[in-house]
Each structure stands twice: as structure tokens, then as C-alpha cells.
Design a protein around this ligand. Structure first.
Ligand SMILES: NC(=O)c1ccc[n+]([C@@H]2O[C@H](COP(=O)([O-])OP(=O)(O)OC[C@H]3O[C@@H](n4cnc5c(N)ncnc54)[C@H](OP(=O)(O)O)[C@@H]3O)[C@@H](O)[C@H]2O)c1
Length: 456
């Protein structure tokens, strides 16, 4: 296998297999164009994505209430070792995937020198954001992987699913400020870079407006932005792709194969709804002697996009690594066929691509924290129930206060702590804008939330 890849690399390589990171990176950090995704394998705490029976991806729990992670951990270990020993070098990981120790173990077990492995990790998302929280997470990650440095750390999402001790990232407080929260989190990663804990800093799922915030704050731009990309997302993501490339930010795609084990697209596209089985793409592959998966990867690599397909299968891993080495270039007609999928992007309202352009312009704007136009009827129902509950609670409070005022007339002016001062309840925090912003985030990022809670 190793020789096979080596031979291909020496004979066929036609485009760079690595790119030197710019912006927030130390000098000469080379980012491999192909990596291995590890989000979705599952473990004791997280159900595996898709069809990994050894990881009990059907959701069956062990008698102790965990997800059968022991079997899965050995599969993750094997997948990472297999990838590294066949000359793959970039591992895409995250604290949210809860597999840092097993990845550290796999890096050691592979026998590959640490300097030849490119380790990406992420902070936030299922963990809090904020300055101190970020530094703590990076230090914790170093320990979990058992390494002295991490090559690249990304802010996983522009907002987090967890509340933070940092006031600007505290959803419950009136002090929450999305822009400031992202900037504080970003400053913490820059600090980690300065301290040598990490060699490059980047972001993930950032839209143009989030990157603009960093420019306006006159801070160093990220070296990488990791975002979903496949033909169905072409229309939705192409403007962001151009913006990143104009600003020397490497665009790193996730779900580059359209997550065929989990996600189906409208049946009009392929009989199974899986993009790697789409007849037009299979035909393009056939004419070049490639698999459909390789066509998808090649198409992205040709656009200068770095990819990290997830695979536990050694043959697929070899195919994916080989995609970076082919001298084949897709023709402009083939390119047009692939790009045309971008106009028909939405299969399921909960998924990211439904927030894109094409037939769904204006449905929602992923990552835009200020947009509230993404509310579907379940969201309106939730808001209605929440509204009615608030009105009910207010009526209740008024009744209790009236009752209490009456009984206060009979109370002495000394209270339980003997101070004679009645504790004043703090004012309710948060404003409607922030609440709907968070709700919109949860709605817009339901892909991520499903992902984090069910398969990362
Ligand atoms: N930053 C974020 O918010 C974010 C979100 C989602 C994902 N990610 C990252 O991106 C990685 C990849 O995305 P993803 O897991 O969503 O989906 P994906 O890579 O598009 O799809 C993974 C699926 O493709 C199959 N596959 C891989 N190579 C193949 C090949 N050559 N031929 C046929 N099938 C192939 C895999 O099956 P086998 O195992 O059988 O090969 C698996 O079922 C994740 O693991 C994670 O690291 C990041």
C-alpha cells in the first residue's frame, strides 16, 4: 500500500500535495491537502455516525449505558494507524469528537515521527467559547493527545452550544456579545500560537461576516477556515471560498463526499440519494478511471480546497490519498456538471445546505447570528409556547408579589441573616435579541448539533 502511494506520488503528482499556511501560523507550516476525518466514528459517549456496526452506530447502548465505545475506539485506532502508515499525514480531530486520547495512542502506535504528522484539533462547539475557556481547552487537548504541540487548532463554530464563564460568551447574562465572544476566543488562540502550544490557528464554519469582524479588529486572520463543501453546496459556498482565497485563508472542506452513510439528497438526483452513486459523477469517474468519490475529491482539490474525508476502510483511504496525486484534470464541461448540483441543494430543512442559495435563497443564512428569518413552523410553535409561558409566569409573579406585599406589612424588618436588608432578586438577564439569536443559531446549526450529539 505504502509503495503504491509512493509510486503514484513520484510519477503522477501534478498539483501541490501540501500548502504553506499563512496569516495566523508560524513560518513554514505545511498543510496536507488530504486529511482523515475522525468526527463521526463515535465512542463510549457519542453514538457513531452511519454504518459502523463495530461502533454500535445503530444507537444500541451497552448494559452500562454507554455506546460500546471500546470496539469503536479500536476501529478509530486502526483507521488512524492505517492512514498514517500509508503516507497520509493530516488527522482532523476535535475536542467535541471525544476521541483525543485514542488518536494520541494511534499516533504513537503508527511509529510515524510526530514531526511528520499534522494534527488538527478544534475548541468550542460542544465546549464553551471565551478567552480563558479556550486556553484551558488547548492545554487540556495537549494532555489528552499526549503531545507537546498541536499543528492547527480551529474555533469549531462561530457560536457554542455551551454557556461560558467568560461574560461576553455567557448566553444567560446581559453581557453576551457574539462578536466580542468570537474575538476573545480568537485572541486566546493567537495567544496559544505565541506560546508555542499550537503552530497555526484557524476557524471553522465561519461566514464572511465573521471573518470581517477579525479584519475590523485588526487581528491576524485565520490560516484555515473549515467548512462543508460538496457539489450540492457549490452555490452556497462559492462566495466564501473566493473570499477565503483572496485573504490567503486555506478553505478546508468537511463532508466532502456528502456524508453518504448518513445523508441522502433528493431522489431525483440519484436513485439512492447518495452523491457518490450519482450516475453523472460515476460516468465522469469512469472516463478517467476514477471512482465517484475520487472525482468529488479531485474537483475540490482542483479548486485549491483541502479535503478530509472520513474513512475506516483501507481501500477507501488509499483511493482518497491517491486523489491528491493524479495528474488528471477535470474538463470545464465536467466541472459545469458538478457545479450544477449547487442549484438543487436542499434535502432536509435541518441541514446546512438548506441555508444556502439556489432554490433556497433567503430561507436562512448559516452562521449569520443576527438573522432570525430561519424560523420554521416548529420554531414558531416553540416561540408561541415560550411566549405563553412567560405571560403565565408574569401573572403568577404579580399575584405572589401582591400577596407578599400584604404579608410584609406584618413582618419585622430583620431577615434571616440578621442584617435587616432584604435580598433584592437580580434582574432577569438577556434580551430578546440574544435569545432569538441563540435560537436561530441552534436552528441554523442543527446539522452541527445533530453531528455533535449523535456522531462526533
Ligand atoms: N468542522 C465541522 O463542523 C465538521 C463537521 C462535519 C465533519 N467534519 C470533519 O470532516 C470529516 C469528514 O466529513 P463527514 O464525516 O461528515 O463525511 P464524508 O467524509 O463526506 O463521508 C464519510 C463517509 O464516506 C465514506 N467514504 C470515505 N471515502 C470513501 C471512498 N473513497 N469511497 C466510498 N466511500 C467513502 C465513508 O465510509 P467508509 O468509512 O466505509 O470509508 C463514510 O461513510 C469528519 O469526519 C470530521 O473530521 C467537521
Amino acid at each position: 500500500m505504502f509503495l503504491h502511494i509512493l509510486l503514484l506520488s513520484s510519477v503522477f503528482a501534478s498539483r501541490p500535495t501540501t500548502v504553506t499556511l499563512q496569516n495566523a501560523a508560524i513560518e513554514d507550516v505545511r498543510f496536507p491537502m488530504i486529511g482523515l476525518g475522525t468526527g463521526g466514528y463515535g465512542n463510549d459517549e457519542v453514538r457513531a455516525q452511519g454504518v459502523y456496526p463495530e461502533c454500535w452506530s445503530d444507537g444500541t447502548l451497552d448494559p452500562d449505558g454507554t455506546y460500546g465505545g471500546e470496539n469503536c475506539s479500536s476501529s478509530v485506532l486502526n483507521a488512524v494507524v492505517s492512514f498514517l502508515t500509508m503516507e497520509g499525514s493530516r488527522i482532523d480531530s476535535s475536542n467535541s469528537y471525544q476521541n483525543m486520547p485514542i488518536i494520541g495512542e494511534a499516533m504513537n502506535a503508527s511509529g510515524i515521527l510526530r514531526g511528520e504528522i499534522f494534527l488538527t484539533s478544534k475548541i468550542g462547539s460542544s465546549m464553551p467559547m471565551g478567552y480563558n475557556e479556550t486556553i484551558q481547552q488547548v492545554l487540556g487537548a495537549l494532555k489528552s493527545y499526549g503531545t507537546d504541540y498541536i499543528d492547527l487548532v480551529l474555533i469549531h463554530w462561530p457560536t457554542s452550544q455551551r454557556n461560558s464563564t467568560d461574560p461576553v460568551c455567557d448566553y444567560g447574562a446581559g453581557t453576551y456579545d457574539g462578536t466580542e465572544c468570537r474575538l476573545q476566543t480568537w485572541k486566546a488562540l493567537l495567544y496559544c500560537l505565541e506560546m508555542g502550544y499550537i503552530q497555526a490557528a484557524g476557524v471553522s464554519n465561519y461566514r464572511k461576516e465573521h471573518l470581517q469582524e477579525i479584519i475590523e479588529a485588526s487581528l491576524e486572520l485565520p490560516s484555515v477556515n473549515q467548512c462543508p463543501f460538496n457539489p450540492h453546496l457549490y452555490d452556497a459556498q462559492s462566495e466564501l471560498l473566493v473570499f477565503c482565497q483572496e485573504n490567503n485563508i486555506v478553505f478546508n472542506s468537511y463532508s466532502p463526499l456528502g456524508i453518504p452513510d448518513v445523508h441522502t439528497y433528493p431522489a431525483t438526483i440519484s436513485a439512492t440519494g447518495k452523491i457518490i452513486e450519482e450516475p453523472h459523477i460515476v460516468d465522469i469517474g469512469f472516463s478517467h478511471g476514477l471512482t465517484a468519490a475520487q472525482v468529488l475529491l479531485l474537483w475540490q482539490l482542483q479548486k485549491g480546497i483541502a479535503v478530509n474525508p472520513r474513512s475506516m476502510n483501507a481501500t477507501h483511504q488509499t483511493d482518497n490519498l491517491a486523489a491528491a496525486l493524479f495528474s488528471v484534470n477535470l474538463t470545464s464541461e465536467e466541472n459545469d456538471i458538478l457545479e450544477a448540483y449547487g442549484a438543487n441543494d436542499c434535502a432536509d430543512d435541518k441541514w446546512f445546505e438548506c441555508c444556502g442559495s439556489g432554490s433556497h435563497v433567503g430561507v436562512c443564512d448559516p452562521g449569520s447570528s443576527s438573522k432570525s428569518d430561519a424560523k420554521s413552523w416548529p420554531m414558531y410553535l416553540i416561540l408561541l409556547i415560550a411566549g405563553l409561558s412567560i405571560v403565565g409566569a408574569l401573572i403568577f409573579i404579580v399575584i405572589v408579589l401582591l400577596f407578599q406585599k400584604q404579608s410584609d406589612l406584618d413582618e419585622p424588618d430583620v431577615f434571616e441573616d440578621g442584617t435587616g436588608v432584604r435580598a433584592v432578586p437580580s434582574a432577569p438577564h438577556g434580551d430578546i435579541g440574544e435569545t432569538s439569536r441563540l435560537a436561530a443559531h441552534i436552528q441554523l446549526d442543527s446539522h452541527s448539533i445533530d453531528y455533535e450529539t449523535h456522531y462526533t
